[in-house]
Design a protein around this ligand. Structure first.
Ligand code: BES
Ligand code: MN
Ligand code: ZN
Length: 494
């Protein structure tokens, strides 16, 4: 997909398809009104007859247009003009790409942002991000792939006051983010017999070869054992497939700048272990490595952009399987931190692999640690598929992540983590248990993790609700790569 920007685009331009906004209200206004005049009121006729709606995300394609330079016009509902921000632009641009993907149209010019208050950089980002998201297809495991969308070129129309350089930079940043998102989606979508811990490691290593300032090391089970990661290893004992600890080090700033640490949950399949999950939708537990995928995708994006900061990614990866060697409910293990854990539920495995990753991260003396995990069903109940759950003991870090999510249209919502949520993790036999009461489950999991970070500023992103879509659109979303890259761009070293 190719994106370009153009100043002074208008009604008489020879273009295959013009994508025009329809805002709520009596008059069309702006660019859409200009096209309507050339069409002798043709667009107003459609809105009056309600064949075209201004409802956000609806669209109507008009073919064989006469009177303008455009061959076709796609009218896209954009809702009320006052509330048309980046998030709305993303929805409208995605609707446009979805609609055009069903046609043979190969190129289009988008006028969606020209009558809005969104600046050129943000508008370019929103349109590129949404278009790339909508046109993504995962076909590598089909013997006969469905035909790909024909749309291959999109021109972004700019206002006179817009700087083409700003818009072009927006296209570039969004393109790099979309590449990371696509990588994360591919990893999530790949079947669990293909996307194993070793596969994640291979993909990470390949990135390391592609980028001079990205070095990757992969630790074997023997090396993981040497580090004393008893909690991590307890999850993999039932699995034949070997576990891996992937460490990716990105150097974008001076060596003395402490890194930002990202930890991603990499359970390549979660059966629940001996605390076996029920059959319905168990296939979706191939997505239980989406935290790892997001972290790896983020590293790919920042390496492509050359973000000026140091980042280290730590990905514990393994399968959670039942079997005669599998961990039993009641088993007690010793984490790398020295704290002992009674495993009451082998399905609460994410926190077991992450707690050792957090300890490993802490020893690298990072400025902060952010973990990303499909951690709890409780978070899905709390926030659904809209927001990532954001837990943090550090106000500044939390608000910075939240703001990054808003700007990237990849939002997180704060949920509490505090001492009291840990009370149900009490154990008579070990320092504490890995699972407590059902109520407040997402915050209990977060509180468990907080016991491993000491006083390093830390945030936990529970992506269980947002990492993949269900139903006919079943597939990985690549969230929260957008949020994380935005956050890292905000934290470039001076
Ligand atoms: N990977 C799951 C969480 C999950 C469930 C994500 C459904 C997305 C959709 C995690 O390993 C898990 O099983 N968590 C348990 C924890 C419980 C046993 C304390 C859960 O949430 O039920
Ligand atoms: Mn589980
Ligand atoms: Zn899991």
């Amino acid at each position: 997909m190719q994106f370009s920007v153009k100043s002074g685009a208008g009604v008489s331009d020879k273009i295959e398809c013009a994508i025009l906004p329809l805002f709520d209200g009596r008059s069309l206004g702006g660019i859409t009104a200009a096209f309507d005049r050339s069409l002798k009121g043709g667009i107003r006729k459609l809105t009056r007859s309600r064949d075209a709606s201004a409802k956000l995300g609806q669209s109507v394609l008009i073919r064989d247009v006469r009177g303008t330079g455009a061959g076709s016009i796609l009218l896209v509902g954009c809702g009320p003009k006052q509330s048309f921000g980046a998030a709305e632009l993303v929805k409208a641009a995605a609707a446009a790409a979805d609609a055009l993907a069903k046609t043979g149209i190969r190129s289009a010019t988008s006028f969606l942002a020209v009558d809005s208050a969104i600046d050129a950089f943000a508008a370019a980002r929103a349109i590129v991000q949404a278009t790339r998201f909508a046109l993504y297809r995962f076909t590598e495991q089909k013997s006969r792939a469905d035909p790909k969308p024909k749309l291959g070129r999109l021109t972004l129309a700019l206002r006179d006051k817009d700087s083409p350089e700003d818009a072009r930079r927006g296209v570039q940043v969004a393109g790099a983010i979309a590449n990371g998102v696509d990588l994360a989606r591919d990893l999530g979508n790949r079947s669990p017999n293909v996307c194993t811990p070793s596969h994640l490691a291979d993909v990470a290593r390949r990135l390391g070869r592609e980028h001079a300032n990205l070095s990757v090391k992969v630790l074997s089970e023997a090396q993981i054992e040497k580090l004393g990661m008893g909690a991590f290893l307890s999850v993999t004992t039932g699995a034949e497939e070997p576990a891996r600890l992937i460490v990716m080090q990105y150097k974008g700033a001076a060596a003395d700048v402490p890194p930002i640490a990202l930890c991603g949950k990499g359970i390549t399949f979660d059966t629940g272990g001996i605390s076996l999950k029920p059959p319905p939708k168990m296939d979706e537990m191939k997505f239980d490595m989406c935290g790892a995928a997001a972290v790896i995708g983020t590293m790919a994006s920042i390496a492509e952009l050359g973000v000026k900061t140091n980042v280290v990614a730590i990905v514990p990866a393994c399968e959670n399987m039942p079997g005669s060697r599998a961990t039993r409910p009641g088993d007690i293990v010793r984490s790398m931190s020295g704290q002992t854990i009674e495993i009451l539920n082998t399905d609460a495995e994410g926190r077991l692999i992450l707690c050792d990753a957090l300890t490993y991260a802490r020893e690298l003396e990072p400025s902060c640690i952010i973990d990303v995990a499909t951690l709890t069903g409780a978070c899905v109940i709390a926030l659904g598929g809209v927001y990532t759950g954001l837990f943090s003991t550090d106000e500044a870090l939390a608000s910075s992540l939240r703001a990054a999510g808003q700007r990237a249209v990849d939002e997180a919502w704060p949920l509490p983590v505090r001492e009291e949520y840990g009370e149900s993790l009490r154990s008579n036999f070990a320092d504490f248990a890995n699972s407590g009461s059902r109520e407040g489950g997402a915050s209990i999991a977060a509180q468990f993790l907080s016991r491993f970070v000491g006083d390093v500023p830390w945030a936990h992103l529970d992506i269980a609700g947002v990492a993949w879509l269900q139903g006919t659109a079943k597939g990985a979303t690549g969230r929260p790569v957008g949020l994380l890259v935005e956050f890292l761009l905000d934290h470039e070293a001076p």
